[in-house]
Structure formats: C-alpha cells, structure tokens
Design a protein around this ligand. Structure first.
Ligand code: ADP
Ligand code: MG
Length: 760
C-alpha cells in the first residue's frame, strides 16, 4: 500500500531515469511529490461543441470520437505528421501533430478523446495544432466527460515549475493516480493514517480551510480557481504556522537560559556618548536604550539592529559593548569577511582611543592583533598568545571573522556577542552561538547576550515571519549632513555622456563601481519560487558576464585607467585582497557581480554604475547605491537598463523573481522603468523594501533563503492577514500545551522540520 513515506522508486510510473531527475528536485517520497505544487493552471475547462469552434488562435477544448487518423512521414524534412479527424454530434474538426508518431498507438479510429489546444487555419479550414489529448473512458461516450477524471485536457490543467527533463504532463501522470489512492485511504476509518491532517480540526473550521486530502486534490486538479486558491491558502497557513511554532519555541528556550545581568550605568554611557566626535541621532539613541535595557535582563537578549548602510549601527553596538566591558565582562564582534573585520578594528580602536582604556583584539584567519600594544609585545601577536589573552580576560573586546568562534577560542566571561551583517550567517548558526555556547569555560554557566545587525531593510511583514519574536530596533534616520546620492536612470542613447562624466570623475581622482547584471537561469511563475536550474551554470554565466564587461571597459571604454574585477568564483582571500587594493586606491574602476561587500567603506568612490538594473530588486539596488557617498565628495548612482538579453547566459534570462525580463524595453514608462524611478525619488531603504516586496515577492530578501520557509509560504508572505492568523494560533497552541501533546501530528511535523534544518 502506498503512503506518504513510500519512496518514489516504488511507484510503477517512476523508472530509474526519472527517479534521478525527481531526486534532483528534492523529491524522494510520495509526500514530496504531492507537495510539489503547480506554479499555475492552464484553463482548458470550457468545453465546446465542434460546431462552435470558429475563430483562429482560440484556445479550445473539445471531446469526440476519432473518425480518421493517419501518419505520414516526410523523409525530406525528417518529420512525421499525424492528421486526425475528430467528430462529435455537432460536426468535424482536424487535429495535427508533428514528430509524435507514438500518438497513433494511443489514438485509433473509434477512440473517444478529449482535446485541448489552439486553433490554426490552413487551406482546408480550422484545425487544432498539436493539442493536448487524452483518451476518455468509452463509458462516458455521451461525450460529456466528467471533468475530474480528466488529467491533461478539458479542465484546469496544472502546470508545474519547469525543471530539467520533467514535463508537466509527466508530473500530472504521476500525481493524479496518487491523489486518488491517498484520498481513498484517507476516507476509510482504519487506513486514514497515511494522510491524516496535521492542522487541528478547530483551525480548519475556524478559518474555513479545506482539509488535507481535499486540499491536495484541489491544489493539483482544481475544479475552479477559487478552489485552488483556498487550497493554496491552507498550505501557506500550515507552513507559516509551523514556522512560527518553531520560532516561538526557540524563543522560549532562549528565555529559559541564564545570561549575566548587566546594569545600565547611565553616567558611564552618557560620558561615552559625550566623547564621541558626533551627536547620536534620535534613532541611534532609542536603539541603544533598547539594547541597554535588554542587557539588564537575566536571560539572553536576542535583538536585531536593522538600519540602512551608513545609518551608524556600529557605534550603537559599541555602546552596548562598552557597557558590557565596564561590567567586567567580555564582548565579541563578528563580521562576515576579513576586510570588514579589519575595518571594524580600525574604526573602533579610533573611536575608543578617547575613552577610558579597554583592550581590543583582532582575530582573523591568518593573524591576530592587539590594541593598544603591550610594552613587551607588538601590535601583531601570535594567535596562540591571543587565545591565551582571551581566556585570561585580558582582551575585553574581540573583533574578527568566524575565527572568533573556533574551538580554540574560549572566553573568560563572554557577556555580549555582536554579529554584523547577520544575514551572512544562518539563523541556526546564530541560535547555536547563544544556546550551547562553546565559547565559555564549563565553569561559566551564563549565555551571552546576542545582538545581530543588518543593513538589509526588512519590511515588517517579513520580519515578523522570519524572525518571529526576535526583538527589532530600527534606525531609519540618517546622521545629519549626509549627502544625497544623485540617482539617474540612463537611457541607451545617453550612455556615452555618462561615460564622459565618469571619466571626468576619475580624472579628479575619484573611483567607480560597476555592477554587472544578475543572471538567474530559471523559469517559473505563479506562486512557486524560482528554482535555479543549476547553481554552477549560474555562477559560470556571471563570471562570463563580468569578464566581458571588464574586457569592454578596460580595452574599449576606459583603456587609460586601472580596472579590476571581482566575482563569486574567486577565493575569499583574493576577493578581500582586490577590495583592499581598491580601497587603497590602486584601481580606478571595480567591475563586480553583486558580491561586492555591503559594509566596506571606500571613501573615495563616488560612482555606482549598475548594468541591467531592472534585473535587481529595489532593495538590492539601494544597497549597491549605499556603497558610494561614504566620503566627502558628491556621489552618483547610474542605472543602466538593458534593451534585450545582452548577457551571455545560456537559457532564458529572467528577472530574479523568475519572470522573464520585460521584452526589450525598460525605459521609464514601462512598469520596470517606473519601478526603477522610485530609486531616483527616494533614498529610504525601508520604503523601497516594502515596494520590492510588493513587486517581486519576498524571495529576494537576503536572509529569507536561509530561513527554511517553504516556497508556498514564501509566496504568501505579503499576506499580512494570513501571517497574523498564523502567529496568533501558534501562540495559542503553545500557551496551554507547550509540548503540543494534544496535537501529536503537528508535533511530528515540527520535529521533522527541525531535523531537516539541522541537517542542512
Ligand atoms: P553602518 O550602519 O552602515 O554600519 P557605520 O556604523 O559604519 O554604519 O557608520 C557610518 C559612518 O557614520 C561612520 O563613519 C560613523 O562614524 C558615522 N556616524 C555614525 N553615527 C553618526 C552620527 N550620529 N553622526 C555623524 N556620523 C555618524
Ligand atoms: Mg556596518
């Protein structure tokens, strides 16, 4: 008997070849198969009488008997052609198929058949051109096929996300019989186990969601679109609910841990702030205050500090670190790359120079530094010595990369962990840091407080879902006197002008970033998120695009200047090195894919030039823009749009969200152009992020990919109402029954998800 855990190899319709292809998609069991939802539906549901078919290019569904069918081979053109005549009570119509000789095995004279396809016209009149077809049971020979028995024609037909070597027709062929088997079992009292519904009955009733077996049927083979939408809602709700349950449980677990209570010393903080070379903005003040209050609690803080590039997050984190250190504890700052770690070390030592003395360490893959240096030791010290100093508590603040959480690093008494650009570290990785902190000696039983920082503005809906109960502090306000970055969409015919302007800037000693188009080789639409067909191909195509742009700029456009290039294929050491040389002024132009570091300060860079800007989301474009304007000079962001696919990718160019790029035009009066125009008008990252969420959906946001939210839920993340419901219900479920004893199926699903996440 088939149940949800049956491996796909056991299915009669899955041979070794297809089983490999399915597995590539992560489909291993019947469950995976049934949860592989269609991206959209083709509407073949309107059944016509043949006599009513009368216009060209019309999509029609008909049913009838094969009156005649014949196969001809055209040797010259290497082709087989099948001509058939179909007859119903109202008349006759022809159908033609090319190069599908096997059709004559299925369709013979006298076969009842249902056909859906487009009409074409030739000298003999209207005919159906390569229609989808399927045999109908002869018992329905009154030629009114019962819709739900049809699979490929005469109904709403599911179209699955396109994947290499697996057609929608094949997926339907696999899924349709499974649905029948599963729901037959679900109906009986004894065998119902294989398809029991994890959603509590109360919730199904309360929100009028379809039950599982029905919803599966409805999402794959709906009778109408409303039914499909209801099923989709139900699955999205279920996934978001499970996700919320997980987040809430994690949160509870955190709150059950003990952290050092660090008293908010107002005089200390006030004197620290007074010695800063600038006034804090209001938002910085509020964020710092929220953090300092968290530190007083007896359980670990778990707060996200979210503020645009340049909003001044570092100093806020530093205030928290300063307070922690003055309470006699250690703090650690973790950055995703060496170059960012070095930058933090430099700016933080500068900022702390005027404050009461604390000892700062830098620890990255290859080296360790201390500040201020000892009389007996230089700034650079052996890593072993650094470990010793950390363990002895002689280093108060440690700054570094992943190196700071390696097993050799044991703190004496770690009170605060700050993670910069947190999206670069997985959600689970962050939790681990706090939960089973291997950073402290066994005798130190306290967990550190955790502050994560990100420059990706995250719309509220999304934040609620991804981070659940993570507390969030927002810095929206920019420090006073920040320059506006002049942003312009550059049409094709103004390109030369832009190049001249750029040249002038370089002549004046400024530097330029060039971002190459994003390439994603996947095709989906509807509510399934785009799945890259092959990551390797994608990276390869990006490297090729960057190389071409690099060649073009260095040889043709700016031959007299120093051009460097950066892409994801380079080792991170090499990337760091190129970035460092750019920062130190060894290059005039840096051509790059989107890998360019968010946080690196290049004070002298004044131009951000983005190729095929329409392929990026607004939030990401805004991030790129934030990489200039960090010094004293007026800065510019030029958005170039592409007329046609002008990159060398194999496969079809699509926008990052998987939709094909607008066919050719992206001037300002197309939807794409209008959306880019928002960048000219505002530099509010949050506003842009909200727009992006509406336009492109949530898949685009950095960090959401690692969140473990399934596609179906992802697509519904802009549905605030659904999220609210799921959050509320998750809370209520856990309130009285934290172990979900009354809902064992839900508990099992939750455990499964947690296991999956840990294996990633
Ligand atoms: P980000 O939020 O991107 O990490 P940083 O913390 O690197 O931003 O701050 C960017 C720059 O702004 C730094 O040079 C910092 O010293 C400066 N800065 C921070 N806060 C203020 C402020 N309130 N007024 C003026 N300059 C500030
Ligand atoms: Mg920063």
């Amino acid at each position: 008997m088939i149940n949800l855990t049956t491996p796909i190899e056991k299915l009669a319709r899955v041979g070794p070849r297809f089983s490999t292809r399915l597995k590539k998609l992560g489909i291993k069991t019947v469950r995976d198969l049934l949860w592989h939802f269609p991206a959209r539906y083709e509407d073949y549901s309107k059944l016509s009488l043949i006599s009513d078919v009368n216009s060209v290019g019309q999509m029609v569904s008909i049913a009838g008997k094969i009156a005649d069918i014949e196969l001809t081979r055209s040797w010259r053109r290497h082709m087989t052609i099948i001509n058939a005549t179909i007859k119903d009570k109202s008349g006759l119509i022809h159908a033609v198929w090319f190069n599908q000789p096997y059709i004559t095995d299925a369709l013979k004279v006298g076969t009842f058949v249902s056909l859906s396809g487009k009409t074409s016209l030739d000298k003999n009149g209207l005919y159906l051109s390569s229609p989808s077809y399927e045999k109908i049971d002869s018992s329905t020979h009154n030629l009114k096929p019962i819709t739900y028995n049809l699979v490929h024609t005469g109904r709403l037909v599911p179209i699955y996300p396109e994947t290499e070597g697996l057609t929608s027709k094949y997926m339907r062929f696999l899924i349709k019989p499974l649905l029948a088997q599963i729901s037959a079992q679900g109906g009986s009292a004894s065998g119902g186990k294989s398809i029991s519904d994890p959603l509590p009955l109360e919730l199904l009733t309360k929100y009028n969601f379809p039950a599982l077996a029905y919803a599966l049927q409805a999402i794959h083979f709906p009778e109408n679109l409303k039914q499909a939408a209801a099923a989709k809602q139900r699955f999205a709700f279920e996934e978001i609910l499970l996700f919320q349950l997980r987040v809430l449980r994690d949160h509870r677990q955190l709150q059950s841990l003990k952290a050092p209570q660090i008293k908010f010393n107002k005089e200390l903080v006030a004197s620290f702030v007074k010695k800063l070379p600038f006034e804090l903005t209001n938002d910085q003040r509020i964020a710092a205050y929220e953090i300092l209050q968290d530190l007083e609690r007896p359980f670990p803080m778990n707060r996200l500090l979210n503020g645009d590039v340049g909003s001044g997050k570092t100093v806020v984190a530093l205030i928290a670190a300063y307070q922690t250190i003055n309470a006699g504890l250690q703090a650690v700052f973790m950055a995703p790359t060496e170059i960012l770690a070095r930058q933090h070390f430099q700016t933080i030592t500068e900022m702390l120079a005027s404050q009461s003395p604390i000892k700062i360490g830098l620890l990255i893959g290859g080296e360790a530094k201390q500040w201020p240096n000892d009389e007996t030791e230089t700034e650079k010290i052996p890593k072993k010595l650094m470990y010793k100093k950390i363990a002895a508590g002689e280093i108060n603040l440690l700054i570094g990369t992943h190196a700071v959480i390696q097993k050799d690093v044991i703190f004496k008494n770690l009170g605060l962990v700050v993670i910069d650009e947190q999206h670069r570290f997985g959600v689970e990785q962050r939790m681990k840091l706090v939960k089973n902190s291997n950073l402290s000696p066994i005798t130190y039983h306290l967990s550190p407080h955790l502050l994560s920082m990100t420059a990706t503005p995250i719309p509220r809906t999304l934040a609620l879902t991804i981070y659940g109960d993570l507390d969030i502090s927002l810095i929206k306000e920019k420090p006073k006197g920040r320059q506006q970055i002049i942003t312009k969409i550059i049409p094709r015919n103004k390109r030369d002008g832009a190049h001249k302007f750029i040249e002038q800037q370089i002549k004046n000693g400024r530097q330029v970033f060039v971002i190459c188009p994003r390439i994603e080789m996947s095709k989906t639409d509807g509510f399934a998120r785009a799945k890259p067909i092959s990551q390797a191909k994608l990276v390869w195509a990006e490297v090729k695009a960057v190389t071409e742009e690099y060649e073009k700029l260095s040889k043709n456009v700016f031959p007299q200047y120093r051009v460097a290039m950066l892409h994801g294929r380079l080792k991170s050491k090499v990337k760091d090195e190129i970035m460092k040389k750019f920062k130190d002024g060894h290059y005039d132009i840096l051509v790059s894919t989107s890998v360019v570091e968010v946080g690196v300060d290049i004070h002298n860079a004044t131009i951000m030039m983005i190729e095929s800007a329409e392929r990026f989301g607004l939030a990401q474009l805004h991030q790129f823009r934030g990489r200039v304007g960090r010094g004293p000079h007026q800065s510019y962001c030029f958005l170039f749009t592409s007329p046609v696919r002008n990159h060398p990718a194999e496969g079809t160019a699509t926008t990052a969200s998987g939709r094909p790029t607008s066919n050719g035009t992206s001037s300002s009066d197309t939807p794409v152009g209008r959306h880019l125009r928002a960048l000219e008008l505002t530099d509010d990252g949050f506003q842009l992020a909200e727009m992006d969420l509406k336009i492109r959906g949530p898949g685009e946001f950095t960090g959401t990919q690692q969140s473990g939210i399934p596609d179906i839920a992802m697509a519904s993340l802009s549905d605030l109402d659904l999220i609210k419901k799921a959050r509320l219900e998750a809370r209520l479920l856990l309130k009285d029954d934290p172990a979900l004893k009354h809902y064992p199926l839900l508990a099992i699903r939750l455990a499964e998800i947690q296991r999956l996440v840990h294996f990633e």
